[in-house]
Design a protein around this ligand. Structure first.
Ligand SMILES: Cc1cc2nc3c(=O)[nH]c(=O)nc-3n(C[C@H](O)[C@H](O)[C@H](O)COP(=O)(O)OP(=O)(O)OC[C@H]3O[C@@H](n4cnc5c(N)ncnc54)[C@H](O)[C@@H]3O)c2cc1C
Length: 456
């Protein structure tokens, strides 16, 4: 089939307004806000139902056209820019909130529902419940974020967002629909179920295993009050000890750390923010006293933060746009890496060295996920998009940081193509063999986001 015939078929499925191959429409989809170079896109299609996704996938499979599923397109690491051209399946129209279950506490939603949408829906209709959301802009989707194992303000207490998926509805490369989790045999999407768990095949897979059309994500009770205990550490070497002591209290809902050279007063310090929750002022006071004592005993100074600063960080999602655009050039990307706690001091020290080497002001951060079992480390690089050298420096720094994370025993998160290659080079060969077997069985024509997690 030629390109015009394919477009006509796609238009027949979704309507003329929701399928395009016009260059002015494709332009914005050929790039993302990160440091990746633009790549070619052939079509953009916006389905409104699972049935439409099935029909699109069947055409793509028959014609061997790559399909890249896209939520908000905000991962920054180029994951939604096609590697081999093809169709971008923009899921924004599939934005129905199907059910909020208040008893088993989950939301059953379509894959295009954004984090801002679920947050405002719950605030308005179920103010006692809160969703797991990242500190990303509110146009990020719940599906995109959970599927890449994102994290946010509930992650210290309840774990990473990928582990909060109860169930998925998936369209496979052959166009068949498959339900995973308790929903495969029950009307309730309440759990992954004591059955073989295939949901993990679709997380951190970057759309290479199928298209997710619906998902159930866990919700959590909203506390009456929330506060932050700020602290400053002189030496990153004290981080593991401090975090072990804080987490042992069981008080922290979220723990965020940061180290940056700008503004000047922050230079040389590790900034610590422990979020606590409670039912009353007394409750908050009691926890805050315990945490201040812990800070003191671990060489951390308690910092009485101004109300304005506190409110900025209490707002969810945190308004991070300013922090992401230090260079005022509209470019921002970071290596996120899942790290073992004991390697965090090295990650801060060596991460700052990489940034300085490329003329970038070090901006490092981390967040604990589920106790101290994982800590996600952010090595951020902001750059001016209009300056080619600035972008090249950011790309080099990102690449070197991926290797640094691996050398320290960590694993780059939502890795861009170069990072994926580093991971695949180092991973146990039996892992890649299994991946290839599964992918070939599910997608023999290789249409699902080919080029990502590419195994020969
Ligand atoms: C300023 C800023 C702050 C951020 N802070 C955080 C943070 O605190 N925590 C955090 O976790 N992240 C953060 N991020 C990273 C990122 O924006 C989020 O994780 C975001 O939620 C990703 O969602 P998305 O809808 O943009 O996903 P997309 O980029 O659209 O997609 C992500 C991946 O999932 C795949 N995918 C998407 N939808 C589907 C589908 N329906 N079926 C199959 N595959 C699919 C895509 O192909 C891609 O590989 C931040 C980003 C920015 C710009």
């Amino acid at each position: 089939m030629n390109k015009d015939d394919i477009l006509t078929q796609l238009e027949d499925i979704v309507g003329k307004d929701f399928a395009t191959n016009r260059s002015e429409d494709l332009y914005i989809y050929s790039q993302d806000p990160g440091a990746s170079l633009p790549r070619k896109v052939d079509f953009v299609v916006m389905p409104s139902s699972t049935e439409e996704v099935q029909k699109i996938v069947r055409i793509a499979n028959q014609e061997r056209i790559p399909i890249v599923s896209m939520g908000g397109g905000l991962t920054l690491s180029g994951l939604i820019i096609p590697v081999k051209g093809g169709i971008i399946l923009d899921m924004k129209r599939m934005n129905r909130i199907i059910e909020i279950n208040q008893f088993s506490q989950y939301a059953l939603i379509e894959a295009g529902v954004t984090t801002g949408q679920i947050l405002s829906h719950l605030n308005e209709n179920y103010p006692h419940l809160q969703p797991p959301i990242p500190d990303a802009p509110p146009s990020a989707t719940v599906a995109g974020n959970t599927l890449i194992h994102g994290s946010g303000y509930l992650s210290q207490r309840y774990g990473g967002h990928g582990s909060m998926i109860n169930g998925l509805e998936v369209v496979l490369a052959n166009g068949e629909v498959c339900k995973l989790g308790s929903c495969a045999l029950s009307d309730y999407w309440f759990d992954r179920g004591p059955i073989p768990d295939f949901i993990g095949l679709f997380t951190s897979a970057f759309g290479t295993m199928g298209v997710i059309t619906k998902l159930s994500v866990q919700l959590f009770p909203k506390p009456k009050m929330r506060d932050i205990i700020f602290g400053l550490l002189n030496d990153p070497k004290d981080i593991p000890d401090l975090l072990l002591k804080i987490t042992a209290t069981g008080y922290a809902e979220d723990i965020l750390l940061g180290m940056q050279d700008k503004p000047e007063w922050m230079k040389g310090y590790v900034f610590v923010m422990t979020y606590i929750t409670g039912d009353s002022e007394e409750d908050i006071d009691r926890q805050s006293k315990v945490l201040k004592r812990i800070y003191r005993k671990t060489n951390a100074r308690f910092m009485n933060a101004p109300e304005k600063m506190k409110n900025l960080y209490l707002d969810k999602p945190i308004f991070a746009a300013g922090a992401a655009d230090f260079r005022k050039g509209g470019g921002f990307e970071y290596v996120g890496a899942f790290m073992p706690l004991e390697k965090i001091p090295d990650a801060y020290e060596k991460g700052a060295e990489v940034a300085r080497k490329y003329g970038i002001s070090p901006t490092l951060g981390s967040r604990l996920i589920g106790g101290v079992h994982t800590i996600v480390m952010f090595f951020s690089y902001s750059f001016n998009r209009a300056n080619a050298l600035d972008m090249e420096n950011a790309r080099s720094a990102l690449h070197e940081t991926n290797q640094l994370a691996l050398d320290l025993g960590g694993i780059p998160w939502k890795a861009e193509l170069e990072g994926q290659k580093l991971i695949l080079n180092q991973i146990d060969p039996s892992y890649t063999k299994l991946m290839k077997t599964i992918r070939t069985a599910l997608d023999p024509n290789g249409i699902m986001n080919p080029g990502n997690w590419e195994v020969d």
